[in-house]
Design a binder for this molecule. Structure first.
Ligand SMILES: [Cu+2]
Length: 67
């Protein structure tokens, strides 16, 4: 199991967290997505994760990564 951590602005509530979880859990290799609303921290776990793909999916969902 590996993890990728990304921070995104604009995460304001549980609805944002749910949208992010839905968008990222569709990506290949992803088995878990944790979102901390207060800090904007998104932790993706799984196997063979593609950081670029994760960042792009976040952007497309409306939450561009800030780091
Ligand atoms: Cu929200």
């Amino acid at each position: 199991m590996e993890t990728q951590v990304v921070h995104a602005d604009k995460i304001k509530c549980g609805g944002c967290a749910a949208a992010i979880q839905e968008a990222l859990s569709k990506l290949p290799g992803v088995s878990g997505v944790e979102v901390e609303v207060a800090s904007g921290k998104v932790t993706v776990s799984g196997e063979g994760l593609d950081p670029q793909q994760i960042r792009q999916a976040l952007s497309e969902a409306g939450y561009p990564p800030r780091d």
